[in-house]
Design a protein around this ligand. Structure first.
Ligand SMILES: [Zn+2]
Length: 439
């Protein structure tokens, strides 16, 4: 697929001046926003100033009857979201499913299959598969994507790492691509080695994040401390796979919070999965969430892979879902994102980098009551990945005003049924309509 596919002929890219009658989610509206007679938030009229959103006002009834002005576009209640953030993916592994044999069920079986597949990896192979993933993400309306990159070398840099870096440069202006080093936790046991690894990640530049796989089978509290100390020293944010298991004794999340507090960690720490929290003693889990609510820590739930990999045994129906305590976390003000995780690889044979499709899974897996109004922020809040104090740091109440005119419009969906009818959808980028989602 060539770049031209993403940028259709400019003649097709109209730039609306106003979008009239957009149905925005409740989380994106001011507290005093009026309600419609249905009790739903009233529609909004968005005024654009080239590539930015200049103003938002309740939909003017008169504008439905008045002759439209040049550049006005009527949405008539179509659902509108900011372009998506897909905060946890694995572009280096994506689309390998076609060449895998039979793998054992569960997380550890998938890891074995992945190790075997790595024999096929070349820079060209990684680039081809990752580009396919970026193209899908872009078509679906994503503007910020974070990928983990397997990093098994204790004294070198994996071949996929610079490939993702090159892709981040190539996609700049279309999509923010961040990359996280996915290292085994014991690689950080030696403080000098931990420092060396952090230095390599920091040398990559903006958008590089230090990460590790933290699991009860490789638990090492000293290594986790060294990782966080090295990240602090090199001014890096951290993104961990933590407690991706249903083992009540898993302690990665609790230890991460404790060490962050001890160190006065100033960057952002993102903890993906944290499935074990769902099977731990309820009161202690809530106390831990109370503590996390005081820290710059974001949780990411990955419903698709959790449903597929947790409680997985051949010939036995799974009993446990593996979704972490996202409702309890959110009730404590903890940023919670939902993300794709693995796409068409040994860990997950389905998926297509589509956050709306993911929300369908999350709605069922976590029994979300109002996905559009209450939970779609978990697909959109890229500021929840930013470090405290940064220009892009999390806002108490997000707004579209002054933000880039990057919007996803679901023309046939309504807030009761979304994410059903997530197609057709249109994507506005920098104030211009771009390619619609094909799948
Ligand atoms: Zn992952």
């Amino acid at each position: 697929m060539t770049t031209d596919t993403f940028f259709p002929a400019s003649a097709a890219e109209t730039a609306p001046r106003r979008l009239l009658g957009a149905r925005l989610p409740a989380w994106l509206l001011p507290a005093q926003w009026p309600a419609a007679s249905s009790g739903q938030p009233a529609w909004a009229d968005l005024t654009l100033d080239r590539d930015r959103i200049a103003a938002i006002a309740p939909h003017a009834v008169s504008s439905t009857g008045a002759a439209p002005q040049a550049g006005d576009e009527r949405l008539d209640g179509a659902l509108v979201l900011p372009c998506f953030v897909d905060a946890h993916t694995h572009l280096d592994k994506a689309y390998t499913v076609s060449r895998l044999g039979q793998a054992e069920p569960g997380l550890l079986g998938a890891i074995e299959a992945m190790v075997a597949d790595r024999a096929h990896w070349t820079a060209a192979d990684v680039r081809t598969r990752a580009t396919r993933g970026l193209a899908r993400a872009w078509a679906h309306g994503t503007r910020h994507l974070r990928t983990h990159v397997d990093w098994t070398e204790a004294d070198g840099i994996p071949l996929a790492w610079p490939v993702l870096r090159e892709l981040a440069q190539e996609w700049r202006g279309r999509l923010v691509l961040e990359q996280v080093s996915l290292m085994k936790l014991p690689m950080f046991e030696d403080p000098a080695r931990a420092d060396w690894l952090a230095r390599q990640v920091a040398a990559t530049g903006e958008g590089a994040v230090l990460g590790a796989f933290v699991h009860s089978t490789n638990w090492n509290e000293n290594a986790l401390r060294h990782l966080l100390q090295a990240a602090q020293r090199h001014d890096l944010d951290v993104d961990l796979h933590v407690d991706e298991e249903l083992q009540p004794r898993a302690q990665g999340l609790a230890a991460t919070a404790r060490i962050m507090r001890e160190l006065g960690f100033e960057g952002r720490v993102v903890c993906g999965h944290t499935c074990a929290l769902a099977v731990q003693d309820h009161d202690s889990a809530l106390r831990l969430l109370d503590e996390i609510g005081q820290l710059p820590l974001t949780l990411i739930a990955l419903p698709t892979t959790n449903l597929l990999l947790q409680d997985a045994t051949t010939g036995r129906t799974p009993r446990t879902r593996g979704i972490t305590l996202i409702k309890e976390a959110r009730a404590r003000g903890i940023p919670v994102l939902l993300a794709s995780d693995n796409v068409q690889d040994p860990f997950c044979r389905i998926g297509n980098f589509d956050p709306a499709e993911l929300m369908g899974t999350a709605t069922l897996a976590a029994q979300l009551e109002r996905p559009f109004d209450d939970w779609s922020d978990s697909l959109c809040r890229s500021d929840w990945l930013a470090r405290p104090g940064a220009a892009s740091a999390p806002a108490a109440r997000p707004t579209l005003i002054g933000r880039p005119a990057d919007l996803v419009v679901f023309d046939e969906a309504d807030a009761w049924s979304w994410p059903a009818h997530a197609t057709p959808r249109r994507v506005l980028r920098a104030g211009r309509w771009r390619q619609a989602s094909a799948t």
